[in-house]
Design a protein around this ligand. Structure first.
Ligand code: HEC
Length: 130
């Protein structure tokens, strides 16, 4: 194949892959609204994500930094997609406990406090933390 044509086709496929990812996150929920929820000190009667999680790399508050979580989420549990893993982290945090952290420390009742739309917006936001 002509080298320039090959380069152009490679570039197009990279761009398409990037857009596809953004579209997938968007159709699930709204990342901007998810970020706003994430940054609240309190979410309804629950402690906010930001009180335990930084999004700065390696900065541990009470929970692990969520920098790069979009990249590792799909590899945490074999056979579990990033979206399914992140949903489980929110509604059932003890199902998978991050190495070096203890069971039961993350607030356990987000599944009752948050509605489906809020959870989807949060997941869409977490998927932007690559
Ligand atoms: C009271 C502190 C606390 C709050 C509040 C909290 N978390 Fe956590 N979270 C933790 C701890 C501790 C862990 C590590 C232990 C575990 O996996 O359960 C964790 C783990 C996670 C993980 C897994 C990260 C990874 O690298 O696999 C995600 C994702 C997560 N939390 C998202 C959230 C979101 C979203 C919110 C807000 C809706 C939230 N957390 C609120 C303490 C908290």
């Amino acid at each position: 194949m002509n080298r320039n044509l090959f380069l152009v086709l490679s570039l197009v496929s990279v761009l398409l892959a990037a857009c596809g990812k953004a579209v997938a996150a968007k159709s699930l929920g709204n990342p901007t609204e998810g970020e706003a929820i994430f940054n609240q000190a309190m979410i309804h009667e629950a402690p906010g994500c930001i009180t335990c999680h930084s999004v700065e790399p390696n900065k541990v508050l009470i929970g692990p930094s969520l920098a790069g979580v979009a990249t590792r989420a799909g590899q945490r549990v074999p056979g579990k997609s990033a979206v399914d893993y992140l949903r489980e982290c929110i509604i059932n945090p003890n199902a998978y406990v991050v190495e070096g952290f203890s069971t039961g420390v993350m607030y356990q009742s987000f599944g009752e406090v948050l509605d489906e739309g809020e959870i989807n917006n949060l997941i869409a936001y977490l998927l932007t933390l690559e």
